[in-house]
Design a protein around this ligand. Structure first.
Ligand SMILES: *[C@@H]1O[C@H](CO)[C@@H](O)[C@H](O)[C@H]1NC(C)=O
Length: 407
C-alpha cells in the first residue's frame, strides 16, 4: 500500500518536470525493481537530508514508524551520505520482521550538550525479529571527552547504540566511532547475534567501553574488532549463555566480567565462552572483577580458550578486591562466588612481570579453576610470575608462569 503511494509521488514530480515518456518508464521500472517484493522505507523519502547538518531525527522516526507498522517484512533504508540524528528511540515490537539497513553515515549533533541527561543516542526499545545491518555511527565525542578530561561539570554521556529488551536480533557489519561512553549495549535481550562490528575510539578516550552486555541470554559476538579507551567487552550481571569468538581487542582494557557486587542483591554471570581471540597492547586480557562488597552475585562456567596476548599488562586476572578510592568497602570482602573457570591454550607476551594474577575473595574462594596449556612470557627476558589468593583448582599440561593454584 505504502509502496503505491510512494510511486505516485514520484510520478507526479516527474511529470511536472517534463521527463520524456521512455525515461519515465525506465525510472518506474527501476523503482519497482529496487523496492521489489519487500517494503523499503527510505529515510530521504521522509525528509532526511544527507548533508551532515540538517536534523534528520524526525524523518528517521517517520520511516521507522511506517516500516514498523507494515504487515509485511519491511526495510528502513539509510542511503549513502551523512545524516545528523539527535537522541532517538526506535520503539517495537513491530508488526513484522524489520531490517534497518544503513549504507551511509549517521552522525550525532556537533555539540554534545544536545543530549542532556538521556543516556542514549540511538535506542532500539523492545524490538523483536530485527536486523541492524551496515553503516557507520559517529558520535563525534571529542568535545565530550575534553570536558571529562578537564574534570568539568559534564553530562553523564550517551551510549551510541543500545538495545533494551530486544528479542531475535541480528547486528551485522556496523561500525561505531567516537562514542561518548559505551559504543554498543545490550540490556535485557534474548537471542542476539552480533557479527563483524567495528567499534573504534582513541585509546586515551575516557570510559569508551566497546560492547556492554547485561541481563541478556543467548548472545553471540563474533568476528569483531574493538579499539577503544575502556573495556573492549564488559559483561555485567544477569548475562547467560554468551559466546564471543574471533575478537580483535586493542587498544582497550580487554574483556571484563564485571564489575560485579555493585549491589547487594545482584544477578550472576553464567556460561560465558571467549575463544580464538587476540589482545594487542591492552591493559587486561581476560579479567573477572568484583567490588570488595557483600553480594548475592556469582560467576560460573566460564571458558577462556585459544587466546593470543601481545604485550598485555594483565593477561589473566581475577580481582575481587576492587574498591577504587577506598570508598564504601575498605574493610569488606567480595560476596561474589567464582567457580568453574577454565583458562586453556593462552599464549603470548605480558607487558608486566606478573602475567597471571588470581586474587579471590577472602570469604569465598574461587573454586574449580582450571589452567591448561598456558604459555605467557615477560617481554624483558625475565620469566613471568603468577600470584594467587584463595584460588583453588587444577593445572593440566604446560603452565608458564608456574601455577599458583591451591588444590
Ligand atoms: C549453561 O550451559 C549448560 C551446558 O550447556 C546448560 O545445561 C545450562 O542450562 C546453561 N545454564 C543456563 C542458565 O542457561
Amino acid at each position: 500500500m505504502h509502496q503505491q503511494r510512494q510511486s505516485q509521488i514520484h510520478v507526479n514530480k516527474m511529470t511536472k518536470s517534463n521527463i520524456t515518456l521512455p525515461l519515465l518508464f525506465a525510472l518506474l521500472t527501476f523503482i519497482d525493481a529496487s523496492t521489489g517484493s519487500s517494503n523499503v522505507f527510505n529515510v530521504v523519502t521522509f525528509g532526511a537530508k544527507p548533508d551532515g547538518v540538517t536534523d534528520s531525527t524526525g524523518a528517521f522516526l517517520k520511516a521507522w514508524q511506517a516500516a514498523c507498522g507494515s504487515a509485511a517484512s519491511a526495510t528502513v533504508m539509510v542511503p549513502t551520505g551523512t545524516f545528523m540524528v539527535k537522541g532517538i528511540t526506535f520503539g517495537g515490537p513491530c508488526k513484522s520482521r524489520l531490517t534497518f539497513q544503513v549504507a551511509g553515515t549517521v552522525v550525532a549533533p556537533a555539540d554534545y550538550r544536545a543530549f542532556g541527561n538521556s543516556g542514549y543516542w540511538i535506542l532500539f526499545n523492545k524490538v523483536n525479529k530485527m536486523s541492524l545491518v551496515g553503516g557507520t555511527f559517529d558520535a563525534r565525542a571529542k568535545g565530550f571527552w575534553a570536558c571529562r578530561k578537564a574534570g568539568q561539570n559534564c553530562p553523564p554521556g550517551v551510549r551510541s547504540i543500545t538495545f533494551n529488551s530486544g528479542k531475535d536480533v541480528i547486528i551485522s557489519g556496523v561500525k561505531s566511532m567516537n562514542s561518548q561512553v559505551t559504543h554498543m549495549a545490550l540490556n535485557g535481550c534474548t537471542n542476539v547475534a552480533v557479527r563483524n562490528v567495528k567499534l573504534v575510539a582513541p585509546g586515551d578516550s575516557p570510559n569508551t567501553d566497546g560492547f556492554h552486555i547485561q541481563f541478556s541470554n543467548g548472545v553471540t559476538f563474533t568476528g569483531s574488532t574493538i579499539q577503544t579507551g575502556d573495556d573492549c567487552v564488559a559483561i555485567g550481571p544477569g548475562t547467560r549463555n554468551f559466546l564471543i569468538s574471533k575478537l580483535a581487542c586493542g587498544p582497550g582494557h580487554g574483556v571484563s566480567i564485571g564489575s560485579l557486587a555493585k549491589d547487594l542483591n545482584e544477578d550472576g554471570v553464567e556460561n560465558v565462552t571467549l575463544s580464538s581471540s587476540v589482545f594487542t597492547g591492552t591493559q587486561n586480557g581476560v579479567r573477572i572483577k568484583s567490588w570488595a562488597r557483600p553480594s548475592t552475585g556469582f560467576v560460573r562456567n566460564v571458558f577462556f580458550q585459544s587466546l593470543i596476548m601481545k604485550n598485555v599488562q594483565n593477561p589473566i586476572i581475577i580481582d575481587q578486591n576492587y574498591c577504587p578510592s577506598n570508598q564504601g568497602c575498605p574493610t569488606e570482602q567480595s560476596g561474589v562466588a567464582i567457580s568453574q573457570v577454565t583458562y586453556k591454550n593462552i599464549q603470548g607476551t605480558s607487558a608486566t612481570q606478573q602475567a597471571m594474577k588470581l586474587v579471590c575473595s577472602k570469604t569465598k574462594p574461587c573454586t574449580g579453576i582450571t589452567l591448561q596449556d598456558i604459555k605467557l612470557s615477560y617481554n624483558k627476558g625475565t620469566p613471568a610470575t603468577s600470584y594467587c589468593f584463595n584460588a583453588i583448582g587444577t593445572s593440566l599440561g604446560l603452565i608458564q608462569p608456574t601455577s599458583c593454584l591451591k588444590r
